[in-house]
Design a protein around this ligand. Structure first.
Ligand SMILES: Cc1cc2nc3c(=O)[nH]c(=O)nc-3n(C[C@H](O)[C@H](O)[C@H](O)COP(=O)(O)OP(=O)(O)OC[C@H]3O[C@@H](n4cnc5c(N)ncnc54)[C@H](O)[C@@H]3O)c2cc1C
Length: 389
């Protein structure tokens, strides 16, 4: 019998596995794909803090994001350039592989091409059913399981952990571009209903590329196609007909992120920023909480719901307020009309408040800048208008 099986070899699963392995446990990661990090469903913008947390090499950075331009529905622009870079653009597949390499170096075993299809809770273990290459199904027994399979919730539902209440739909592509120097974020009902679109330029093999994507409350692909057509008309792209990948982002946590002998981390637990849907950093912070609680459970020999529930308390202590405030802000932002978004831009352009916003902005922590915006008389009035419609 193994100590821990981790379902999913993404950043949250691999980081949890490496921490547990360093603590002396026999850890096995089951990843469904034959290669770590692929396919990529991410724009690869990773906050400076997350980079430091993982101790990852600078070679993974494709570019620092030291400025970005926000674009309103009627093309008003706000240029945002903080004193020091907020985030790095990474090659997401290489980023995942770097974490997986660290995981294996810590002693954990990685099984590729091994999709987990079922879990069965027994008195002294969890039986993990998975598919194994051409030889068909196989079973592993582990004293604990970490669910880290990203935004898929069949196993969580089976274990009574539920699923996130709210999601963003996404569509993204990566393409060579011309003449786009800065990261752009586009808002409004024509760009990305209920969320935002992005253009993130970066260098690749000596050429300029960009990840162009849309997150939205409705199906995102048509909005991305429209954006690609616009980039084409403006001379930034040769053709709008390029492969698009669509996926989802959970923006609320699971009702319960634990069960007897089981913890969920990362997107598998819905641990993302409700404002932007970014989830890499939160997944890593929650991986630390999961490793801490799991280590305690092994020490006590107690894997009951009571012990596992300590995980939910611990990660909510780190992120609960951020997630609550972020979710409240998202509800207000989703109700804004295009005219109100334009009005917000005009206030920021005219009022000289950009410096205050900039001084409060942190890539992974949004509470302070949200408080500032909602307490500002002119901005707050616009944000709260929607509540009374
Ligand atoms: C278009 C888009 C853009 C994004 N951009 C950003 C960004 O710029 N910055 C940011 O911080 N976040 C971003 N995110 C969110 C980010 O990608 C996720 O929060 C992050 O990948 C979550 O990591 P994870 O390890 O929890 O899950 P994942 O990265 O999804 O990894 C889960 C792994 O588990 C495997 N798996 C799933 N089910 C099984 C199974 N049954 N058996 C075995 N293996 C399984 C999967 O193959 C995958 O390898 C973006 C998301 C999308 C969709």
């Amino acid at each position: 019998m193994y100590d821990v099986v981790v379902v999913g070899g993404g950043p949250a699963g691999c980081y949890t596995a490496s921490l547990l392995s360093k603590n002396g446990f026999d850890v096995h990661v089951l990843e469904e794909h034959p290669v770590i990090g692929e396919p990529v469903d991410c724009s690869g913008v990773v906050g400076v803090e997350a980079f430091e947390e993982l101790g990852l090499p600078d070679s993974l950075k494709l570019r620092e994001i030291s400025a970005l331009t926000l674009v309103s529905p009627s093309d008003l622009e706000v240029h945002f350039s903080p004193a020091s870079p907020l985030a790095n653009i990474v090659d997401r597949a290489a980023f995942d592989r770097a974490i997986a390499d660290k995981t294996m170096a810590s002693g954990a075993t990685l099984h590729l091409g091994s999709p987990v299809t079922d879990l069965q809770l027994r008195d002294d273990c969890v039986e993990v059913v998975f598919e194994e290459g051409v030889s068909g199904g196989a079973k592993l027994r582990a004293r604990m399981v970490i669910l880290a399979g990203g935004p898929r919730y069949r196993l969580q539902r089976k274990l009574g952990m539920g699923e996130p209440a709210d999601f963003l739909k996404t569509a993204q592509t990566e393409t060579p571009v011309r003449g786009i120097k800065k990261t752009k974020v586009l808002m409004g009902s024509q760009a990305a209903p209920g969320s935002f679109a992005w253009i993130v330029p970066f260098p690749k093999r000596g050429e300029e590329f960009a990840r162009v994507g849309v997150s939205s409350k409705v199906v995102a692909v048509p909005y991305l196609k429209k954006l690609l057509e616009r980039l084409c008309c403006d001379g930034h792209l040769d053709s709008p007909d390029i492969p698009i990948r669509s996926w989802v982002i959970p923006i609320t946590p699971l009702p319960r992120t634990y069960a007897e002998r089981v913890l969920a981390v990362g997107d598998a637990a819905g641990q993302t920023k409700p404002t932007t849907g970014g989830g890499i950093f939160y997944g890593l912070l929650c991986a630390e909480a999961a490793a801490h609680i799991a280590t305690g459970a092994f020490k006590k020999g107690d894997f009951s719901e009571g012990t596992m529930g300590g995980y939910e308390k611990e990660w909510r202590q780190k992120l609960g307020v951020e997630i609550k405030i972020g979710a409240f802000f998202r509800r207000l932002a989703e109700r804004l009309t295009d005219e109100e978004i334009d009005d917000l831009f005009r206030v920021v352009q005219s009022d000289g408040i950009l410096a205050s916003v900039t001084s409060k902005a942190r890539f992974d922590w949004h509470k302070d800048v949200i408080y500032f915006a909602l307490r500002h008389p002119a901005l707050g009035r616009i944000f709260f208008k929607g509540l009374f419609r």
